[in-house]
Design a binder for this molecule. Structure first.
Ligand code: BES
Ligand code: ZN
Length: 645
């Protein structure tokens, strides 16, 4: 059904792009017009084609995945069965699945007869196509095991957990990692319902991104079984599993948090506002459609701040600051329940539709709950980071990586993950909001989520919809937005509205006073500032401070010992830029105690950039830390430390 809707919209996109030719056709000049990709879809299927999946959904597609898996902690493998319900076209008698490192034992039809299958050549990024001859079967059962090095899964030793006594397992599916534990069509445009039965050791609990049918577990040979169900079709990257010594605490009628017992109280305290956040989000963009919104605080090696797994956001413990100052992360993951999980990027080139919309929505939730000041400060921090990040790209403001719609041919989607889809995306939506007015834009966004609920979305289909339902032929508005420049061209268009925070203006003055006039750190006002102001202050200090001044700062403000990960991160970056030796133990502690890529990768990169001083420090710390990191983080840091610098 969604396929039809998408085709109709893409047709609309086609006719629209016919009157609004893409930039290279209407002669608009750009920094690198020659390298400009075609922006108009040639065919509906071209626009939505996912180059990161082997699937051919037009021939045969997976509708439902039923997992029945055991967790083998000794061998670090998930082992068991995936039963797939298929929809096939009359002329198609084979299905192509995605797989990476899976060991397939056999594949049978509902009568138990073995089917022919073939594992194609392994691509280092995509893995292998798994082609199954169906013989008319509409359901197949695959007996398989995941590899111990499965990219999605991290198997933690007890020492890597808060409790130190029991092992832990979690999965991370986005972008294309789930094919390393689930043999299905791993493409965000191929939505699937799913259910699962997971057998775990007696003393552990399994949780998943679906309805929990057995909170207490059921007796099963060799342990306990937990069953789950997701009856709404979701992109397969959103199927997620965690297994550990977990306890649950309710936070509100439809919200709660799972964590290891020793973390539960701090986690629940940090997340107290979650129920209010869900209500706030609903007021903005319509009903929350997933039933419950729970969260799980994972061990510190979780490579992201958060991951928007439906009904169960996965979280880093580094978001626990003690004062709820980092909860924009929750606003962000919650917002994905609309932008991302309901309306989903059709391909990874459309990733900004997930993250840009979500970053915009996140900030609207923050503004509603905590006021405009805080929201604008958070915008301004992101804006500053975005500018620096684009400047640092190869080619700077004309780097193709600074486009919203990106070309990922031959690349891992992970390479497209920068601040650009998030913060340039959010800035684009803020610009539209400013031009049409908040009321109109909110009404449009709400209708957009309703119209495209449970469907994949391409950039061109979104732009066609925006023109049809918001711009409606208003030439002055169309001209003032510069849509094609925002979406298909590098850099930041000149109509961008830079966030202005008066509170940051004062913080910047304090930073100048401290740097130039040698003002005592105690008298700057730091103690009265919120986290965003503290981070801004540290970012605003010059990268050439004498060691005594840094020592004063650390002593007066307790930076090396702060429990706030964002402040610690900003401080350590400042310290590294100044080659400040006394901070090295704190750098070591931080990098060996958590594996969140957003913190780890820049710190290693900063160290390497300090050449003879920093590189050996990076190498020494990484030798200890690497075995504790998830593949997402070690993959990025490996590149930094081995590839030049
Ligand atoms: N969906 C992302 C995480 C992600 C992106 C995983 C791409 C894999 C590939 C998640 O919603 C996210 O953006 N997390 C951010 C936090 C956010 C507040 C910017 C993070 O992890 O830092
Ligand atoms: Zn996100």
């Amino acid at each position: 059904m969604y396929k039809l809707a998408l085709a109709a919209l893409a047709a609309a996109a086609l006719s629209l792009t016919a009157c609004n030719p893409p930039p290279e056709q209407n002669g608009q000049s750009g920094a690198d017009a020659a390298a400009e990709p075609r922006t108009a879809p040639v065919l509906a299927s071209e626009d939505a084609r996912d180059i990161h999946s082997y699937a051919r959904p037009e021939i045969a597609r997976v509708k439902h995945v039923a997992l029945n898996l055991g967790t083998n902690f000794r061998d670090k493998r998930l082992e068991g069965y995936a039963t797939l319900d298929l929809e096939t076209q009359s002329d198609g008698d084979e299905i192509i699945l995605d797989s990476k490192g899976l060991e397939i034992e056999d594949i049978v039809n509902p009568q138990g007869q073995k089917l022919q299958w073939q594992m194609g050549k392994a691509d280092p990024i995509l893995g292998s196509p798994l082609t199954v001859k169906l013989g008319g079967a509409k359901q197949i059962r695959i007996k398989y095991k995941s590899a111990p090095q499965s990219g999605a899964l991290q198997w933690l030793d007890p020492a890597q957990t808060a409790g130190k006594k029991r092992p832990f397992l979690f999965s991370q599916g986005e972008a294309i990692l789930n094919r390393s534990w689930i043999p299905t069509q791993d493409s965000p445009g191929i939505r699937q319902t799913w259910d699962a039965r997971i057998v775990v050791p007696q003393d552990l609990r399994a949780v998943m991104s679906g309805e929990d049918l057995t909170p207490e577990g059921e007796a099963a040979p060799g342990g306990k079984a937990y069953r789950f169900r997701m009856d709404k079709p979701v992109a397969p990257y959103l199927i997620a599993l965690a297994v550990g010594d977990l306890k649950f605490q309710s936070l509100g009628p439809r919200t709660g948090v799972y964590a290891e017992p020793s973390m539960l109280k701090a986690a629940a305290n940090e997340l107290t506002d979650t129920e209010k956040m869900v209500e706030t989000a609903e007021k903005l963009y319509g009903p929350y459609r997933w039933g419950r919104y729970d969260m799980i605080v994972l061990p510190p090696s979780f490579p992201f701040g958060g991951m928007e797994n439906p009904r169960l956001t996965f979280l880093t413990p580094t978001m626990i600051a003690g004062d709820r100052s980092l909860v924009s992360l929750i606003a962000h993951e919650l917002a994905h329940s609309w932008s991302g999980n309901l309306v989903t990027n059709a391909t990874w080139s459309d990733f900004w539709l997930n993250e840009g919309f979500t970053s915009y929505f996140e900030n609207r939730i923050m503004e509603s709950l905590y006021g405009r000041d805080r929201a604008v400060m958070e915008q301004a921090l992101a804006w500053e980071d975005l500018g620096k990040e684009i400047q640092g790209l190869d080619g700077g403001m004309s780097s193709p990586a600074s486009r919203l719609h990106i070309d990922l041919a031959g690349k891992d989607p992970d390479e497209g993950m920068s601040g650009v889809p998030y913060d340039k995306g959010a800035a684009f939506l803020r610009l539209i909001e400013a031009k049409v007015g908040r009321e109109r834009f909110d009404a449009y966004l709400r209708s957009y989520f309703d119209r495209f609920a449970f469907q994949p979305m391409t950039t061109n289909v979104f732009l066609a919809d925006l023109r049809k339902n918001l711009i409606k032929g208003d030439q002055a508005l169309e001209g003032s937005l510069k849509i094609d420049e925002w979406v298909f061209r590098p850099g930041i268009p000149d109509n961008a509205i830079a966030p202005q925070s008066p509170r940051f203006a004062r913080v910047d003055q304090a930073a100048q006073r401290f740097a130039a006039a040698g003002t005592a750190p105690e008298s700057l006002g730091f103690a009265d500032w919120v986290t965003a102001e503290r981070v801004r202050f540290l970012n605003a200090l010059p990268r050439s401070l004498p060691a005594e001044r840094l020592a004063d700062l650390d002593r007066a403000l307790g930076l090396s010992n702060t429990g706030n990960s964002e402040i610690l991160f900003a401080w350590l970056r400042l310290a590294i830029a100044n080659r400040y030796d006394p901070a090295v133990p704190a750098i070591d502690r931080f990098l060996t105690s958590m594996g969140r890529r957003k913190f780890a990768a820049p710190l290693y990169e900063d160290l390497v950039a300090q050449g003879a001083w920093g590189r050996p420090i990076a190498q020494r710390i990484y030798a200890k830390a690497r075995p504790t990191y998830h593949s997402v983080t070690s993959g990025s840091v490996d590149k930094l430390l081995n590839g030049g610098g």
